[in-house]
Design a protein around this ligand. Structure first.
Ligand code: MD6
Ligand code: FE
Length: 184
């Protein structure tokens, strides 16, 4: 999938500052960010190609965990090197806010921070490990959240952890499946 849709470096709207996280997508729509703003679009911003189809594993996880009767339309793939992080944000570019966002984590563990519906609300931290699934929906759909830091992989990698061939030790990959449009 990363071969069909190479991870690119998104940039902040207006400031044009690069993200430390690299991104790509799968599905009919993909989330992108550049100088012009945040949006969902059907093609890769650098290659112009349509995003690859949603992986069957993501569709299966959505069916089992999302509790939402319509298919996801976008799977944002975040790729973190050991120094990458993601600032506190809300996921609010989706027009269907009744659908949850489903997050799947692989590779290095990370320190996830989440708070409330206001940026200034108190926050808590959670360690996301490879193989973890997190569903953010319902009254929590618009909570602020982010990744404070990637944690060392540890010298003993648990043989039960799902492995991702080609992902360097110390790197993290996160997939978030989203429904974008309200169902017809
Ligand atoms: C990450 N996750 O885990 C970033 N968004 O790399 C998110 O931004 C996120 O985990 C919405 C719902 C769940 C998430
Ligand atoms: Fe998010």
């Amino acid at each position: 999938m990363l071969a069909a849709a190479p991870a690119y470096t998104p940039r902040m709207p207006r400031t044009d500052k690069p993200f430390s996280v690299r991104m790509t997508n799968a599905g009919p729509l993909g989330w992108v960010s550049d100088r012009a703003g945040y949006r969902y679009q059907p093609h890769h911003p650098e290659t112009g190609a349509p995003w690859p189809p949603l992986p069957p594993t993501v569709l299966r996880a959505w069916a089992e965990l999302a509790g939402y009767p319509h298919l996801p339309e976008a799977c944002l793939i975040n790729l973190y090197g050991p120094e990458a992080r993601m600032g506190l944000h809300q996921d609010r570019d989706e027009r269907d806010l009744a659908a949850p966002v489903l997050s799947l984590s692989l590779g290095a563990p990370a320190l996830f921070r989440y708070g409330g519906l206001k940026r200034t609300d108190p926050t808590r931290s959670l360690r996301l490990r490879p193989g973890d699934a997190l569903v953010i929906g319902g009254t929590s759909r618009l909570i602020f959240h982010g990744i404070d830091r990637i944690l060392p992989a540890g010298d003993l990698v648990d043989p039960g952890e799902p492995a991702l061939p080609g992902l360097p030790l110390g790197w993290r990959l996160n997939l978030t499946a989203r429904r974008v449009s309200p169902p017809a």
